[in-house]
Design a protein around this ligand. Sequence first.
Ligand SMILES: Nc1ncnc2c1ncn2[C@@H]1O[C@H](COP(=O)(O)OP(=O)(O)O)[C@@H](O)[C@H]1O
Ligand SMILES: [Mg+2]
Length: 261
Amino acid sequence: MATVITIASGKGGVGKSSLATNFALRLQKSSGRALLVDSDLLMANSHILLDLQPEFDLIDVLQARCTLREAIEVVDGGLSVLAGRTGASVAIDKVEDPLQSVLSELRQLKDAFSYIVVDAPAGAGQDLINTLANSDRVLIVLLAQATSFVDAYALIKNSYLERGIAEYSVVVNMVNSERQARAVFENFSYTVKAFLPVGLTYAGHFKHRREIYESSIKCVPIVQMEDKHEQIKNFDLVLRQILHAPHNALRHDPMPLNISG
Ligand SMILES: Nc1ncnc2c1ncn2[C@@H]1O[C@H](COP(=O)(O)OP(=O)(O)O)[C@@H](O)[C@H]1O
Ligand SMILES: [Mg+2]
């Protein structure tokens, strides 16, 4: 049975797609059976970061224009990719959880994947929260910015209140130092735990690096560049922390909150 890791943030532009793509490539390298799913039905970009032009995407699967297997493309290194869509029409607005049926089908495929990495869209709406509830691990990507704090908090609050999701890993992206990352995490954790009975695990950090930014311009994920040993080591380290963090199944019924944090 596959382990589903969903990368979310509330706010956009924090590095979800860039991290999801690199995590999926590293999991493919270690397990030989990884799948990257882009659940963004409007502004998908994982496939762009992989320089992939898919024939079908998640919307085609949801609208039964192709089978799940037909929509999965395999890129260099053997990573399987189920693309989202860029610039979709409003016709898919009614989809409550784009991945609910797809994820259960994927988990049961005969040659089941060992890992499924989901690149989630920005926001904190019902469809996203349902996707998080169907995942084994939720990774929140945080920046050292007030807007990122507020949006990540809103996502965790809604996910806890709506679906009782009580365990999250947090990675701090685009920092100057590990010290800064830990301070950002401690501050965020202190604030969240003051209002919500959830568990937050520090999964690590990524420094702000021009080479990461440039890799997205070149459409070559950084872990595919052979000389980037330090970056590759860090992706593996963060992945280990995520996989060792408590399982998302530790959900419980939300407690009534008497504060409006
Ligand atoms: N650690 C980092 N250092 C420098 N640039 C980064 C880093 N992480 C992500 N980026 C850049 O930030 C931008 C937004 O990243 P992206 O993955 O598209 O975010 P999201 O999917 O959350 O919207 C991209 O240009 C990406 O290359
Ligand atoms: Mg993205």
